[in-house]
Design a protein around this ligand. Sequence first.
Ligand code: NAD
Length: 267
Amino acid sequence: MPNKIRLVVHGAAGRMGQSVLRIALERDDCEVCAALAPSQSTLIGEPLSQVYGKGAPDIEFTSQLDPDLLPDAMIDFTGARAFDTALGLAVGRRIPFVSGTTGLSDDQRLALADAGRSIPVLWAANFSLGVALLRRMTAVAATVLPAEFDAEIIEAHHKFKQDSPSGTALALGRAIAQARRVDFDSVARYGRAGVTGPRRDGDIGFSVVRAADIVGEHTVLFAAPGERIELTHRAGSRAVFAHGAVRAAIWLARQRAGTYDITDVLG
Ligand code: NAD
């Protein structure tokens, strides 16, 4: 393994991709060897130094991964469709694969698990340390509190977000369902409108806000008559997720084939 982990950034033109590039370029234990964007992106052919200054490596944004490159890890933040391309590329070229792309289908989750048999893979709905802790605290609360406590998850994101509820909100809901030993899909309730009747016992409700430039906020609410517990995480900058993803990629580059969780990296 080289001293500097060679990273491919897939989705390099996106909000997260650019944040990942910025963070990776600041570190001395990794280097960016490819920045992949769709062929129609205006960034194709632009030198990275044009966007990130003189410290950037002497490469251009491209749509294809150079067949001669030997990357140590790939980081993907794109969308559900581009995710398939990224995973296919990682498996085909045997590149350890980190992805934060949300809105994946069940089939895509299966494909990810399957890929873990031949390469190291790590997918996380959220790469922040704070959210990893929130997930743990949520599982503890759901284990300790009796099922009479109603569980609701409220999330807020910027107005361009494509999927809803967020992958993090779903992961928090799954943590509650797992702690309560119930099937998540049978208790998840997505939004309420019209004459809904009373709340069904045991449901896990999701409420979604989309506005302006909110980076990401999640509240897990447990309520029983007369008392309420609220666990909240607010991300103020995408850099929080980018730092976590780059750290995860550097760590994953040294692992054997398998499916890993963000808590394996963050502890
Ligand atoms: P974005 O729309 O700004 O960026 C997505 C980028 O993917 C776009 O630039 C698009 O051009 C690019 N893309 C599409 N097809 C491509 C292809 N075939 N090859 C290369 N690039 C391609 O979105 P974003 O805000 O950067 O978010 C991206 C994903 O990351 C979303 O699913 C979002 O929910 C998720 N996200 C995850 C975390 C986390 O911590 N896990 C944090 C923030 C966002």
